[in-house]
Design a protein. Structure first.
Length: 324
């Protein structure tokens, strides 16, 4: 096996000079750099990634914490994050927190021990105090942790405005919003409050139905949809996440409610799952790939201690379907 001292001997330089060339640190003349690179090519030298990372105090690994991959939104987010990290020569270590005790705490401890370079955190855990004393790079994904950790998210205020305009265009009188568990602090809550405010200003009655904490299975969404139709039989407009609206579409069919003739359904997220049924959902689309790219850009800039003045928020868009 070719070692760094073999390259140094071939190039006629010190091993420390070869290290400087490989790690792109310190001053090395162009002539010396060329000799070292030629020696590496001649000897087919492949640097040890582990040794290189140790010298740089890096692992080239980013931890990603999400609630569940069975939920289309988080599944698409994780796929986009992995692709964005891979394009920048980073590996992803994934933690799904649903039904797992202490998994999130384990990831945070790994970050403290520097077995990963940073964390992109998007889980709906309630123990946010876990992050209070962390000074290593963390980017929150649509999740408020504390005042020190920045958040990448969709412009949910604009999303709420867009949702309200869409429902107002269809003359709804009673709109029910299916909201996530309110014990979790997330910027996404804003689209619900903004939409409700705008609708009420125009005389529309708005009710809220809250999902249980960490409810991400389709059974959870179906249970909430059935509760909604039982509690609000006069509903003529529903706003909620993709799976909530998909469940409402199914329950509407069970109860003989015609969509969109009798009932307007507006989804929020706009994942691929929202477009796969016989009746594609009208949705406010979060730009998932762009958000993932932004989160990766931000965490790498934090790791490298680089200045980054680009915005942390990306606007949504209306995705036309057949339910509103």
């Amino acid at each position: 096996m070719v070692r760094i001292k073999d390259v140094a001997k071939e190039a006629g330089v010190a091993a420390s000079t070869v290290s400087l060339v490989m790690n792109k640190k310190g001053y090395v003349s162009e002539a010396t750099r060329a000799k070292v690179e030629a020696a590496m090519a001649k000897l087919n030298y492949v640097p040890s990634e582990m040794a290189r990372n140790l010298s740089l105090n890096r692992t080239n690994t980013i931890g990603v914490i999400m609630p569940s991959l069975s939920h289309p939104f988080f599944g698409e987010v994780v796929e986009a994050l992995e692709a964005a990290l891979y394009a920048r020569s980073y590996k992803m270590m994934l933690c799904c927190t649903q039904h797992k005790e202490n998994a999130e705490r384990t990831f945070v401890e790994m970050l403290k021990r520097r077995t990963m370079d940073g964390i992109i955190m998007g889980a709906h855990s309630l123990d946010v105090a876990l992050y209070d004393d962390i000074r290593q790079p963390i980017v929150a994904f649509d999740r408020y942790l504390n005042d020190h950790i920045p958040i990448v998210h969709c412009d949910h205020h604009q999303g709420g405005e867009l949702a309200a305009r869409t429902l107002l265009n269809h003359d709804c009188h009673l709109v029910v919003e299916i909201v996530g568990y309110q014990g979790v602090s997330t910027p996404a809550n804003e689209y619900h409050w903004v939409a409700a405010d705008r609708l009420r200003r125009h005389g529309v009655k708005v009710e809220m139905l809250e999902m249980p904490w960490n409810a991400f299975s389709y059974g959870d969404f179906m249970a909430s949809a059935r509760e909604l139709f039982q509690k609000y039989p006069e509903v003529d407009g529903i706003l909620g996440a993709d799976l909530s609206i998909s469940a409402c579409l199914n329950v509407a069919a069970e109860t003989g409610r015609r969509v969109p003739e009798d009932l307007k359904l507006l989804a929020y997220d706009g994942t691929a799952a929202a477009q796969m049924g016989r009746q594609p959902l009208t949705a406010i689309r979060q730009p998932i790939e762009e958000l993932a790219e932004l989160a990766v850009q931000k965490i790498i800039h934090m790791i490298n201690e680089e200045t980054d003045d680009t915005p942390w928020v990306i606007p949504p868009a209306l995705l036309k379907g057949q339910t509103c």
